[in-house]
Write a protein that binds this ligand. Structure first.
Ligand SMILES: [Zn+2]
Length: 134
């Protein structure tokens, strides 16, 4: 019987081995600690070690599974930033959002830093597409 997680009630299992990490809920097996939806209805799951996956456990492009405690700490920070913003974006935007969140988390950034990074990435991409220089 699944215990209710202190951060969220959405438990799930992922069929891959991950580094052992300590979770405040004391569950030792890999488990989902939070789940949010994109604006187009795709579920994004944050795991106890900071991994982010789609609903069926597929890795999200641009997200590396953490292997060390420090990587997990950074991944959890990035994952929380992603989940705080993901409802504003479509699934196709999530890899960019993950990249921007990892950038912001590495700098102890805020959601505002994440949004500024996303805006910069979008503007650069738009310029590229229109034939402008980087
Ligand atoms: Zn937990």
């Amino acid at each position: 019987m699944a215990k209710k997680h202190p951060l969220d009630c959405s438990h799930g299992r992922r069929p891959v081995m991950v580094a052992a990490t300590h979770c405040p809920c004391a569950e030792s097996d890999p488990h989902v600690i939070a789940r949010r939806s994109t604006s187009d209805g795709k579920h994004v799951l944050l795991w106890q070690d900071g991994s982010l996956t789609w609903a069926l456990g597929e890795a999200i492009k641009g997200f590396a599974f953490p292997r060390t405690t420090e990587q997990a700490r950074l991944a959890l920070a990035a994952g929380r930033l992603v989940l705080g913003e993901v409802c504003l974006w479509d699934a196709m935007d999530v890899p960019d959002l993950v990249s921007a969140a990892r950038w912001a988390a590495a700098r102890h950034g805020t959601p505002g830093d994440l949004r500024a990074r996303m805006k910069a990435v979008r503007e650069r991409r738009s310029t590229d597409r229109d034939g402008g220089a980087l």
